[in-house]
Design a protein around this ligand. Sequence first.
Ligand SMILES: [Zn+2]
Length: 734
Amino acid sequence: MRDLTLRTRVLPLMLALTALAVLYNFNPTSRANFMTMQSTSAQNGSDAVAVPNPLLAKWDGAYGGVPPFDHVQVAQFKPALEAAMVENLAEIDKIAKDSAAPTFENTIVALEATGSTLDRVTTIYGVFGSTMAGPEFQVVQREMAPRLAAFNDQITQNAALFKRIEAVYDSPAKAKLTPEQQRLTWLYYTNFVRAGSKLDANAKARLSEINQKLAGLFTKFSQNVLAEETDQFIALKTEADLAGLPQSVREAAAAAATAKKQTAAGVISNTRSSVDPFLTYSDRRELREQAWRMFINRGDNGDEHDNNATIAEILQLRAERAKLLGYPTHAHWRLENAMAKTPERALELMEAVWKPAVARVHEEVADMQKLADKIHNKEGAKIKIAPWDYRYYAEKVRKERYDLDQNEVKEYLQLEKLREGIFWVAGELFNFNFTPATNVPVVHPDVRVWEVTDKTTKRHIGLWYFDPYARPGKRSGAWMNAYRSQERVNGAITTIVSNNSNFVKGKPGEPLLISWDDALTMFHEFGHALHGLNSDVTYPSLSGTAVARDYVEFPSQLLEHWLLTPEVLQRFAVHYKTGKPIPEALVQKIKLAATFNQGFITVEYLSAALVDMKLHLAGDKKIDADAFEKAALAELGMPEEIVMRHRTPQFLHVFSSDGYAAGYYSYLWSDVITADAFGAFVEGGGPYDKKVAANLRKYIFSVGNTVDPALAYRSFRGRDPKIEALMKKRGFGS
Ligand SMILES: [Zn+2]
């Protein structure tokens, strides 16, 4: 359940709308998403430069063309977006005004061929938004977000266009289309209806107003969080302030101090990658509390970056929009086209897991309290486990009970060796081969590119970009991004994807060591990449990761399982000094410890997912986020030793776009499927069973959204997913 982000082909636009996390979007779908309103845009485009704008050019070079990162300047985005919107409008207009009777070919397929220029521009715009968002770029974002939202509405509110889509959808000829074509037609129709195509003119106007306002508020929310993550930090003044920190954390803190021009011995930045290790290892309890408070109060400090008023406004606008569209709440509207279908089913799953998870937390706290008493009794002091103590004492219990030292494990986890490991797994499961591609422009010198080919046929499959290191203007966390989706309508188009993370660069010439959790995240994000690279569909709107939000984490979470296979550990988890593989005894400890702390992990996540759902079931009353959160958690019986993984004022998944709003439950939903799916390998010949892997590719990784996910899963597993495997994986209820 990593915080990931991925970009889907279906709605490239929204991705582009924020500097951050979530890329899926609420809007309708289809490539046809970009139409507009452009006449004003065209006029505003008068500041376009006279020289050709490289963002508008077709991608050239090898591999069917690659993004021209080497020629991009921030000033080019606005004119490029404007020109591309104008072009897209003209394309859509031509389809809407076609005098021929509507057919699948002249309407749906025609729509699939529109918007390629805008796709290219918004792709690079999205890459800058998530990895190169300096102050100059943020100005462009603030201006363009509402305009791009309005542009989306112009497409879905085009009455003539919708009439043609509806005619194809209702036509008896539809029955003669292939299943993929029928699903594409259904998707266009549904997405247009869900975006308000059937509303009257007044309602449409209000809807568009709401969407533009929301886009502006999302940008504001994200930029507020980014500001507090960037500006706030804790200076560790003396050596004594570093007590308990392992060498790698000390080095990262020292590097952060240098970057922030502080003379302190170290700096703890206000980001998860900096705060979590500090909370895990620092012996200085009062500093832990200080760091914890700083981190959980992002966006909630009552100052210029406070997000509470923005949240209230977002929730009211979403509630109003849902009503306009004929749904009781935003959650009902959002879930309708997810695999879960209704908020009730999502809540039912969450509640089934909540109680055993909370019970486990109470056991974990009791274990930690016992250990804390033992340690502090010697000093004659006594502490009661507080939220800023959880990670610290959990780590001590882990060490005591399993004799598992995360830092010992880390010595076997070299970033580049693990990268070779994921390549090897992709070779075993999908017959992929990876070769460095050195002739491809990148957005930053840290980014490297590999060509993916089929091991047997040597066929070109796609490109994989790897952007592993943190830098200013790059959002925190790890995510996958699709730069280009596989399809066959506009030629034999191959996949381009990237994996992004925020490792602090090691010393030159020394291997970068990462944690077990980070290694799992690498496998996770690579799972999204493989989902994109395996795509074998005709239509771009159905390609790769463009699947239901609560299904998209399934392929990625599934890949995490291969890290723990002996094949990977023996070859790729090798000691950074001796080159020796990780000892079997240490692997056994990792396995035994796998269900350790699952109470904390599950409750931390689930409390956030439940609050998200409840916020979006609350209707249109004015919500005070802090008060709502407090009341909702009290009602749930939230253990006082844990705080939500994302408190409401910093919940980027939910308030930086519509992507995960009433959708944060998706990680759990997908994990039920994941745990159940891995059982197919266990029951077969193991993780590298060729037959099961072939089925995995055939029914899951290659089909994109051409098949209903519930159906696709049934084809793979022979039945629906069961919750038991998840409960077992997390060590609950046994
Ligand atoms: Zn993911």
